[in-house]
Ligand binder design. Sequence first.
Ligand code: HEC
Length: 145
Amino acid sequence: MRRTFLFFFWVFLGIQVIRVDYDIPESVPENDLIALMSPPEEVANILTKSCYDCHSHKTEYPWYSQVAPFSWWTTHHVAEARMHFNFSKWNEMSQKDLETFAEEAEYEINEDEMPLPPYTWIHSGADLTEGEKEIMIAWLNDVGY
Ligand code: HEC
C-alpha cells in the first residue's frame, strides 16, 4: 500500500517537469467576434463567461491547469476548441462558416454539451441557465440566416 502510494507520488512529481505549451497568441481587438458582430450585451456576456476561455485567445488558465496531468488535458481542449471556432479570428469567418457555427452551437447548447461539462464542474458560473440558453439560441437563429 505504502509502496504503491510512493510509486504514484514519484510518478506525479516526475510528470511535472514535462513542458506544456500554454499557447496564448496575441489577440487583435478588431478581429474579435464581439467587435465584429456587436451581439446584444447579454449574448456578449454569456460568450465571455462561458465560451471564451476555450474558443478564443483570451484564455485564462486556472491554477489546476499548471499541474500535470490536468495541464495536458486543459491545453489540449483549448487547442481543439480553437481549431473548431476561434472567436479571436472571427475576421476569417465566411457567411457559410457563420451558418455552420450557428447551427452547431445551437445543437451543442440544446444538448448541454457546451460549455464542455468537465469545465462547468469547476467553473460553476459558466454553466448556462435555461434563460441564458434561450438568449443564445435566439441570437444564433438570427446569425444563421
Ligand atoms: C472547456 C473548453 C470549452 C468551453 C468552455 C467551450 N467549448 Fe466548445 N468546444 C470545445 C472543444 C474541445 C471542442 C471540440 C470537441 C468537441 O466537439 O467536443 C468544442 C467544439 C465546439 C463546437 C463545434 C462542435 C461540432 O459539432 O463540431 C461548437 C459549436 C462549440 N464548441 C461551441 C461552444 C459554445 C457556444 C461555448 C460556450 C457556450 C463553448 N463551445 C464553450 C471546448 C470548449
